[in-house]
Design a protein around this ligand. Sequence first.
Ligand SMILES: C[C@H](O)[C@H](O)[C@@H](O)C(=O)CO
Ligand SMILES: [Mn+2]
Length: 418
Amino acid sequence: MTSSIDHAWTLAKERFAQLGIDAEAAIKQLDSLPVSIHCWQGDDVAGFENPEGGLTGGIQATGNYPGKARNAQQLRADLELAISMIPGPNRLNLHAIYLESDNPVPRNEIEPKHFTGWVDWAKKNKLGLDFNPSCFSHPMSADGFTLSSANPEIRQFWIEHCQASRRVSASFGRALGTPSVMNIWVPDGMKDVTVDRLAPRQRLMSALDEVIAEKFDITEHIDAVESKLFGIGSESYTVGSNEFYLGYAASRGTALCLDAGHFHPTEVISDKISAAMLYVPRLLLHVSRPVRWDSDHVVLLDDETQAIASEIVRHNLFNRVHIGLDFFDASINRIAAWVIGTRNMKKALLKALLEPTDLLKKLEVEGDYTGRLALLEEQKSLPWQAVWDMYCQRHDVPVGAQWLDTVRHYETSVLAKR
Ligand SMILES: C[C@H](O)[C@H](O)[C@@H](O)C(=O)CO
Ligand SMILES: [Mn+2]
């Protein structure tokens, strides 16, 4: 018997075919686009190094929803549940503070052996791993500076942490056969009017050069650098600004990380993709949702998420853009947060793949902006959701909001007992 999902899919396929769009090909392409799910939504960026220590570096996870993961086993179990409700390929993005060790490990001495639990788990769950040095929530970052610190001891400590992190990252790539994208974000900045804005940037530049000096094969490890506009406590000056890192990535050939929450409220990263791609080899995206500031709300299927996905698809940037997520909301069920945000990112990619881009470009070139606007608006109500449902069905993950029942059951049977 044909189910309503099969029936809707057949009709949707026909409808898209009338516009010259191959819905089957769109699904196939979506299957080649992994989304890197960030581990830190699961425990409010606490990590396992010093979970009771405060979150510093100008970022905040607000909310007090019960049941957060307290150790690697819990975090992995939560992630497994989330991933079972997200269709298609995924990766896991780890921060260095999620290491596993019986004894305290100084951050500048982390090694691949501290992450074998994650690598084994990633293998079992067919996930690639990405990585991040953690240059925050540590006594050596207490005065607000890390790689750009004027104190040579502090600077050296963070250089060594980032160097050690690259070795961990490359070990992930080797073990899993897919390059680990390692993103460097440092919180360095000043709360108030800053007199010497140059010297910290000079120090950051040469520290980063030391960090990336060791060569790794691109099949194992990719460096990325992430800019920011401001943080809590560094409102007036951020050493690693957009201009700083755009120049750094372009001149050193690293990837540039664009975080949707790291710009002025009226700026959007969707508009930066095509510009930055002319100068840098690769982009890493931290898809997030800033609400008035870098609040890291869960990603919605909103205009900006759609615009980001459309930029990747319209310019065929599949091999040069790495899609990662970066939100941490502690006010709602954390597993639901992963599921909602990741499914939305994938829905946006699917919608972009179902767009009659050639036709739209033709209208644009011909100056038919009326036709362009009319088609762009009409396509919003095309039956993409029937294609999404089929995609979920084929991946054996819940269609529609049924996944919420599973999350609620897990909440009462597992999370409530933590
Ligand atoms: C955990 C942080 O969100 C992350 O490392 C960084 O990407 C960031 O966006 C800081 O604002
Ligand atoms: Mn980010």
